[in-house]
Ligand binder design. Structure first.
Ligand code: TD4
Ligand code: CA
Ligand code: ZN
Length: 307
């Protein structure tokens, strides 16, 4: 199939209350792993590329690889710019052929965020490209912080309603207590589900969970067994993800889990096969290890069997 917009994928997820993984690509092997897992699970997929990924591989290259794999399959596939920081980054992505973008202006004051987001919507929608925006900041919140501090960091549901209505975005990332990377929580992994439910109630559109990696135990153990250090790493447990999906999350962003899995296996292969000089013999098994992590997540998210 040709690449489609993420809106087309997420509308079904919103209606039927499941979530689709947006998996970040760090290199060609990640992309192959996502497709292999999706094929085997019969799942729709959102391929996410950050500005960092575009800088590393080039937007045209990412589009060409993703298009080729999508055209050789029957799966619904969207190619999405993750955390686009300004108009220029968005233009580079859409010029190359991305079918969905995120504009992340959430660190600006509300009015400024809205203004920038509106501008992106006006450019993207006539082209059939879907738009995601963010409200609040991606930051873990401790249990013992004050209500005021919490409100300053996390999404404001009333603001979310106004923002969605005024901007015309297709899906929203509300900050509810997650953060990027392998170290998400000091104590219990807790998200603000009440806030999330309110945002869903007031907006009705597909919602996105950023910083949703789970830091899978087996891969993390392997990573450390072969000389790595992930001390204190903590992700969002599967049970918490499922609860978030019940409260209205339809897109679950995952990068860290794939990174940990890929590098854990590379550490193992390099340690155990000391005379190996063929990179394919090192990257191949690492890719297959990533496939397993993705398949497991597709089952948890409920996107398996939905393609
Ligand atoms: O948006 N993301 C992925 C962030 C990718 C960052 O890429 P660069 O290093 O190129 O900037 C997520 O929300 C995933 O969060 P996770 O929990 O997987 O860290
Ligand atoms: Ca942000
Ligand atoms: Zn993110």
């Amino acid at each position: 199939m040709s690449l489609i917009s993420a809106k087309d994928i997420l509308e079904d997820a919103n209606k039927k209350r499941y979530a689709v993984g947006a998996f970040n690509i760090n290199n060609m092997e990640f992309l192959q792993a996502i497709f292999e897992a999706a094929q085997s699970e019969n799942s729709p997929i959102i391929i996410a590329a950050s500005e960092g990924a575009i800088k590393y591989a080039g937007a045209e290259m990412l589009v060409a690889m993703t298009r080729t794999l999508a055209q050789n399959s029957k799966l619904p596939v969207a190619l999405h710019l993750d955390h686009g920081s300004n108009l220029n980054a968005v233009l580079i992505a859409i010029k190359a052929g991305f079918t969905s973008v995120m504009i992340d202006a959430s660190h600006f004051p509300y009015e400024e965020n809205l203004k920038i987001t509106k501008q992106i919507v006006n450019i993207c929608h006539p082209l059939g490209i879907s738009v995601e925006a963010e409200l609040g900041r991606l930051k873990g919140v401790e249990d013992n912080i004050s209500v005021a501090e919490r409100d300053a960091v996390l999404v404001n549901p009333t603001e979310a309603k106004d923002f969605v209505g005024s901007s015309g975005i297709d899906f929203l990332a509300p900050a509810i207590g997650t953060s990027h990377g392998a170290f998400k929580f000091k104590g219990e992994p807790k998200l603000d589900f009440e806030r999330l439910k309110k945002v869903k109630e007031l907006t009705g559109i597909p919602l996105v969970l950023h910083g949703a990696s789970s830091v899978p135990e087996e891969a993390s153990k392997k990573f450390e067994e072969f000389g790595g250090n992930l001390k204190g790493a903590k992700g969002v447990p599967f049970e918490v993800l499922k609860e978030a999906i019940k409260c209205g999350i339809n897109k679950v962003n995952t990068d860290t889990d794939l990174r940990i899995a890929f590098l854990a296996k590379i550490r193992e292969s390099v340690a155990l096969d000391k005379s190996q000089i063929d990179p394919r013999k090192i990257f191949g098994p690492a890719k297959e290890y990533v496939v397993e992590v993705i398949k497991e997540r597709m089952k948890v998210l409920g996107s398996s069997g939905r393609a």
